[in-house]
Design a protein around this ligand. Structure first.
Ligand SMILES: CC[C@H](O)CC(=O)C(=O)O
Ligand SMILES: [Mn+2]
Length: 343
């Protein structure tokens, strides 16, 4: 089956984004079993990396149980038709990591930056192209930038050579109309494919994905059993079933997807992925999931509700790397409250 036989191209992210949900504890055997089944179901792309991308395994982001290059090699070795991809965040992963992954037989590289920092992806996108990889720009936290800025940033990635640019709803914070206006604007301005990666913190991953497809996004992420950060991603086996009902061709075998979700992926999880209070508040506040723990600690220290801190962080558009602001903001909220109480 060629790409032309698919109306949308699905990238399965359970073996990358899903790694967040299991604290990066994938074994080689699990990766082999999941990849084999996805390959048999004819999923075009399967992403395999640490949850935070190549070289993410660290005390800061969480140590992987198994070296990701070993997982990538194993996944490549069992694919007859699917292609393996990797995610790379410049600053965490390096060109050396990209070269190593390409040597192992990876066929797609997705270069991820914060939505306003596309300029840091230039070298990595250029190298991915030189390596002959399908090259994707991945604009994380896309809800944080106005449409105009998002378009400018996506154009930068296009100018560096990206084949596709993704709107990434990292915080699961977008509403369908916001997805629509972003995809619409990109479609009008860019000459390359547009993709969408959703998270389900507000229970909108599927609705947002459908909104993206309606506006012309053709590269779509899904995750079996919605395995991913926060409340997880758009659930692939459901997405494929919905696409079938809509007569939108994915090229993926619906029953095989249903079976592998039930028999191979579900047993990997200690508990089903769900929208709990933590993931809901991340979507509601529109902040990075890594802020949750910091906000909880600061809340305890200053006698606050961590939700108030997270909402304030969202309003102030605090981004990953600015975690030190969390304590300052908590202190500010606490001081304002004690002034009000004593007045
Ligand atoms: C920290 C990398 C992140 O998990 C990439 C991604 O999938 C997202 O931003 O949603
Ligand atoms: Mn994600």
């Amino acid at each position: 089956m060629t790409q032309q036989d698919r109306d949308i191209v699905i990238t399965e992210v359970a073996l990358r984004d899903g790694s967040h949900a299991i604290s990066h504890q994938y074994t080689t055997e699990q990766v082999i079993n999941v990849t084999k089944a996805l390959d048999e179901a004819n999923v075009p792309y399967i992403e395999v990396s640490h949850g935070d991308g190549l070289a993410g395994s660290s005390l800061q982001y969480g140590l992987s149980l198994t070296n990701e290059m070993e997982l990538i090699e194993a996944a490549v070795s069992v694919c007859k038709q699917s292609k393996i991809g990797v995610l790379l965040l410049p600053g965490i992963g390096t060109i050396k990591d990209l070269n190593e992954a390409a040597n192992l037989g990876v066929r797609m590289a997705r270069i991820a930056t914060h939505v306003t920092e596309a300029d840091v992806s230039a070298q990595h996108i250029a190298r991915a192209k030189e390596l002959g990889l399908v090259t994707v720009g991945f604009l994380m936290m896309s809800h944080m930038a106005p449409v105009k800025t998002l378009v400018e940033q996506a154009k930068l990635m296009e100018s560096y050579g990206a084949d596709t640019v993704y709107v990434v709803d990292s915080a699961g914070a977008m509403l369908p109309y916001q997805v629509k206006e972003r995809i619409q604007a990109l479609k009008q301005t860019l000459g390359i494919n547009i993709g969408f990666h959703g998270h389900n913190n507000l229970s909108l991953a599927m609705a947002n994905t459908l909104a993206a497809i309606e506006e012309g996004a053709t590269w779509i992420d899904g995750s079996v059993r919605c395995l991913g950060a926060g409340a997880g991603n758009t659930q692939t086996e459901v997405l494929v079933s919905v696409m079938d009902r809509l007569k939108i061709k994915t090229g993926i075998d619906v029953y095989k997807m249903m079976d592998l979700a039930e028999n191979i992926v579900a047993p990997i999880l200690n508990a089903p992925q769900e929208i709990n209070r933590d993931s809901l508040v991340l979507g509601y506040a529109g902040v990075y999931s890594s802020f949750l723990l910091h906000a909880r600690r600061a809340a305890q220290r200053f006698g606050l509700d961590s939700r108030d801190i997270l909402v304030e962080l969202g309003e102030r558009k605090v981004v990953g790397g600015q975690e030190d602001m969390i304590v300052d903001i908590a202190a500010e909220i606490a001081s304002k409250r004690s002034k009000v109480a004593s007045s």
